[in-house]
Write a protein that binds this ligand. Sequence first.
Ligand code: NAG
Ligand code: NAG
Ligand code: NAG
Ligand code: NAG
Ligand code: NAG
Ligand code: NAG
Ligand code: NAG
Ligand code: NAG
Ligand code: CU
Length: 636
Amino acid sequence: MKKHLSRVLPLYVLLLLFTIFATSDATIRRRDYTVPTVYPELLKPLTPITTKDPQDIYINLVLSYTDLAPDGYTRKVWTANGQYPGPLIHCNRGDRLIINVTNNFEDPTTIHWHGIFQLGSNWYDGVGGQTQCPLLPGSSFIYNYTVGDQVGTYWWHSHYLAQYVDGLRGPLIINDPDDPYLGQYDYEYVLTLEDWYHQLAEDLVAMRLAPGYQDFNPVPDSGLISGRGRYNCSRADSGAKCDPYNMPAIYTVTKGKKYRFRIINMSAEAFFWFSIDEHELMVIEVDGVAVQPIKLSVLPIHIGQRFSVIVDASQDIGNYWIRADIPFDCIISSPGTINHDSDFFENNNITGILQYDGAPNDTYPQSKKNNDAWSNNIFPCQDLDISLIKPYVPVAPPQKVTDRFNISVTLGPDKKNTTKAYINGQSWAPDLTNPSIMKIMEEGISAKSFPINSNAYMYDTEGGAVEIVIYNDNGAEHPFHLHGHNFFIMGMDSSGHPDVSKYNFIDPALRDTITLPGSGWAVIRYMINNPGVWAFHCHIEWHVELGMVFQLIEMQSKIQELKMPPSVEALCKPGYQNTKRLPIPSAYPDDGETTITPGGFALYNPREGSTKVKRTNKRNIEFTTNHKARNSRRMI
Ligand SMILES: *[C@@H]1O[C@H](CO)[C@@H](O)[C@H](O)[C@H]1NC(C)=O
Ligand SMILES: *[C@@H]1O[C@H](CO)[C@@H](O)[C@H](O)[C@H]1NC(C)=O
Ligand SMILES: *[C@@H]1O[C@H](CO)[C@@H](O)[C@H](O)[C@H]1NC(C)=O
Ligand SMILES: *[C@@H]1O[C@H](CO)[C@@H](O)[C@H](O)[C@H]1NC(C)=O
Ligand SMILES: *[C@@H]1O[C@H](CO)[C@@H](O)[C@H](O)[C@H]1NC(C)=O
Ligand SMILES: *[C@@H]1O[C@H](CO)[C@@H](O)[C@H](O)[C@H]1NC(C)=O
Ligand SMILES: *[C@@H]1O[C@H](CO)[C@@H](O)[C@H](O)[C@H]1NC(C)=O
Ligand SMILES: *[C@@H]1O[C@H](CO)[C@@H](O)[C@H](O)[C@H]1NC(C)=O
Ligand SMILES: [Cu+2]
């Protein structure tokens, strides 16, 4: 793997460039903007929720294109209510969210509520091709679900093609009236981390899927903290609107107070090391689960992961850098990689500011970066050491397993030499006009007869437990996110093979996103208690588009007993709300391969005048795992 040239430049050159960039104008410039600024409310403390009883919370998300300049460079952004990041959804445990989404884009959409289990409401999970038909342009649809007993830090995002990379993503916070840490902080902040691209995601995907095998993902143009970052405008195209002095995210604190920061990694690709100069981070929540405190100077976060940390504003009154460093080790490129000459390689370390009340508001911080000696076992591109993550209330994992699956994951060229991702040798392709849930609930089709490229795995043992062994046959890391559940991590490693004698049967980490180490493996378990069609996929958006997705069909017989709301059924009917149907895919090609048009739609040789699915791939597949893809590695 050939890495980018700038990786071999001596570090001091980079340091010099960075120093010049960060300090050449030591005054924070405040100026009028020609485009709306990004979502300023996100930088304010959360308003505490005082109601105790469960509420119905009504939210309107009106989706439209808006010109915004998150990193100073103005581009068309896929927004909700004109904002980027999207509006914060904030509720209490037990509340019902009634979210009216109106699609004023020119492309279809679906919205997924990342980490929400959707117990009994699978059809609101927002996965096109699995749990619903997409909302067509000009239509609206209400997602209506309770958050149940879940609490913590979540986010929502488009699950339609790569749309979330263009901006359709925002935080979702569920307060816990009985949070064990309530007394230990005074205020709460939400902080999001994102990578940012100047080209439209659909164009990047089209390039990624162009013939000619490519091992690497597009390189971002910049990184953002809470929707704000910086760009070296001398690299922008002539004629582009670009402000090199874009305001960073500034979080204000009062000396002597304590702050809970809810940190969400909403990236498409980037892995971050998060830190606040001269302040310790005390981790108290991981992916919605309260944990025993973990004290860190630097926190690793992968896409889709969330952490809450308590920060004690106990230092001298002043300004301190908030840092989200993207290590070069985790962004690999070659001269053939899309956007390989990105400015990102000179400005990979993204900053915001922690500003104490009373500190000067017109100069940049002069604070010192936390040194490594202070940090725990952290490695570039890898998750926080699972042995450090102990649920606040330890929960034992299922001791016995009823349904086991072996899954191997890799990337490679297909017959046409286009890059594809494979789950047990098969790329996933969504059936957007006849999603799995419709097949099961409306047509009574068993997942056993699903097309092979639906990558469906089923189990129907009520009260049982699933174990999934995932092997990474690819050298890069893949952050896998499971819908409908969180899971116990029984074991994981970057080498060797699973060894049941080394599993943690006592108090394993419980999360909903796990980063598979390059060429490594992980073993997860969870209880079978939520009937539905649940996606399990790599959260690197480019890999989703290449097919690194499978679906778990949980208790099919119970799904069939549930009643799907008519509004969900209606989405799949032609002419829904008088919408004009776009050429979204209507059938699979015979070879099960996907092609993506520059318009961003997955097209499977759509047949003229027909919206019926032609099931040419109807054949029974072994759900106990096709292990051929892994014959290069022997398991114990
Ligand atoms: C950026 O962050 C990485 C990781 O923390 C660090 O190794 C590197 O020195 C930083 N680069 C600059 C220019 O500060
Ligand atoms: C901005 O980009 C220009 C053109 O590539 C380069 O000469 C300059 O050094 C860059 N500035 C910074 C601060 O990276
Ligand atoms: C949802 O929002 C749209 C657009 O604002 C509106 O036309 C529609 O009536 C709303 N639906 C409901 C049920 O309120
Ligand atoms: C939301 O769902 C609940 C429970 O099914 C139902 O009582 C309520 O009428 C729904 N509300 C809307 C606006 O659809
Ligand atoms: C596949 O594409 C890569 C990259 O363009 C090229 O180097 C390689 O020769 C191609 N292989 C085949 C079999 O066409
Ligand atoms: C966000 O997630 C991506 C993908 O897993 C990862 O590469 C990136 O490092 C994460 N960012 C942070 C701050 O951890
Ligand atoms: C900066 O600080 C000065 C002095 O405390 C204050 O008058 C001014 O309003 C502040 N400006 C901003 C933008 O916060
Ligand atoms: C998973 O792989 C292991 C090792 O090859 C094998 O013993 C086991 O039977 C497989 N399990 C399933 C469900 O295929
Ligand atoms: Cu991946």
